[in-house]
Design a protein around this ligand. Structure first.
Ligand SMILES: Cc1ncc(COP(=O)(O)O)c(C=O)c1O
Length: 423
């Protein structure tokens, strides 16, 4: 039997593998502090679930690119809560933003540019269709955000080739958010070299210091496609609904995507699309728990950042999303003495010796000897946390975060113990 070699070379993502190991350890009765898997810990806001139930008997296929009513609500939502102005016909609905990204990778020719410190699936998706990706260097002092000079430095030697940049903000894995100024500068380079930008904004409203994360769409609307969906903001990853915004300038792509959708998934599940209308209408009953969830995430993110920084561990300060990057590069010499030189070895060591699950940076395109890890700080009960938040008076602080996320607290303690053992 012959299998397409682009596919047979793929390996299960590290995220899923570590989750399996953690499950196994838990089955064996071992306590694990799980900083590996990044799923929203909160329940889906009630009106969305109610609307799904109400539409459960809806059994017909919906239009290939999505329900018109839903597109209209998403367009209104984007204008109000993501500062993106677009006509509803430019919005296409798919079964998760992951699938929409994948189909985009299939559609565009050229080289895909991925900043170091990007989501685990981008490069495997590019590889699986036999296309070329290039990792663009980023640095800790910039919170691993792509710098325009670095991008330009790469592009200036690439004559007459098409490039597609995949940019993600708020970022998984670093938790960083690109500022308006930073996006404006990046957009200048993108414009100069006529790059196509796939802007992954799946965490957009999970933004701690501002209403929403800024979008490069506003500085480079001609060639930017924006991606979003229900998974992170509405805690509904399992519903599998995402959307993309195709800019006016690329309208000719409408028929391209429409044809590919119709030959692959046909249309997104009908009841889910009806339920999603309730999400994007964003009434008080939906908005309130989401705002609360963002506040809770911010308090836990700050706690982890403060405690690990105090312990002498370099970390990115989370500005949104569920994650941050932490680095043990300062301890390379000590780790070498116990034969640890790669992030994979260190992730295994920390899991086995300290029962803490972290994802090695190699899966986020760091070099194997860069001892950088993604830490997801969502190992807590979101439902209980929301209840506590609703009865909580005053500003959320470390004491609140500690009370709702005991596993996170112990995990941090264990990481501190580990670092102290090296000093
Ligand atoms: C950065 C990033 N982009 C896209 C996705 C995919 O989201 P969806 O559930 O919409 O396919 C994820 C989910 O983990 C993600 O972290």
């Amino acid at each position: 039997m012959k299998i397409n070699s682009n596919i047979s070379k793929l390996k299960p993502s590290a995220t899923l593998l570590i989750n399996e190991t953690v499950k196994q350890l838990r089955v064996e009765g071992k306590k694990v502090y799980h900083f590996g898997f990044g799923q929203s810990p909160f329940p889906i806001p009630k009106p969305i679930v109610k609307n799904l139930k109400k539409n459960a008997s809806c059994n017909h296929y919906l239009p290939t690119t999505g329900l018109q009513e839903l597109k209209v609500e998403i367009a209104k939502f984007l204008k109000k809560h993501q500062n993106i102005k677009t006509a509803s016909e430019n919005i296409f609905i798919g079964p998760g933003s992951k699938e929409l990204l994948y189909q985009s990778i299939l559609i565009f020719e050229g080289t895909f540019l991925i900043p170091k410190g990007s989501w685990v699936s981008y490069v495997p998706q590019v590889n699986s269709v036999g296309k070329k990706s290039v990792i663009i260097e980023t640095y800790f002092q910039d919170n691993y955000k792509l710098q325009p000079e670095v991008l330009e430095n790469y592009l200036k030697d690439q004559k007459n080739k098409q490039h597609v940049l995949i940019l993600n903000s708020p970022n998984n894995p670093s938790g960083a958010i690109y500022s308006e100024k930073e996006l404006e500068k990046l957009a200048e380079v993108c414009k100069k070299y006529q790059i196509i930008v796939l802007s992954d904004e799946i965490y957009s409203q999970v933004s701690f210091n501002q209403k929403q994360a800024p979008s490069i769409f506003n500085y480079y609307p001609e060639n930017t496609i924006v991606f979003g969906g229900l998974s992170k903001v509405f805690s509904a990853g399992g519903y599998r609904l995402g959307f993309m915004v195709i800019p006016e300038n690329l309208k000719k792509l409408h028929t391209v995507y429409q044809s590919l959708f119709s030959e692959t998934f046909s249309a997104v599940t009908a009841p889910i699309q009806y339920a999603a209308i309730e999400a994007y209408t964003f009434k008080k009953e939906v908005k309130k728990p989401i705002k609360a969830a963002v506040k809770i995430l911010e308090s836990v993110g700050n706690l982890v950042y403060d405690e690990l920084s105090n312990a002498g561990i370099n970390c990115t300060q989370p500005q949104g999303g569920f994650y941050m990057l932490i680095s043990f590069d300062l301890f390379k010499d000590e780790l070498k003495k116990i034969n640890i030189t790669t992030s994979t070895q260190l992730a295994n060591y920390i899991l086995n010796e300290y029962q803490v699950a972290l994802l090695p940076g190699i899966d986020f395109y760091f070099k194997e000897d860069e001892l950088v890890f993604r830490l997801a700080y969502v190992d807590f009960n979101g439902k209980k946390a929301l209840k506590k938040y609703n009865n909580y008076k005053g500003k959320l602080n470390d004491t609140f975060a500690k009370s709702i996320a005991p596993n996170v607290v112990t995990g941090i303690k264990k990481l501190t113990e580990f670092v102290n053992s090296l000093k």
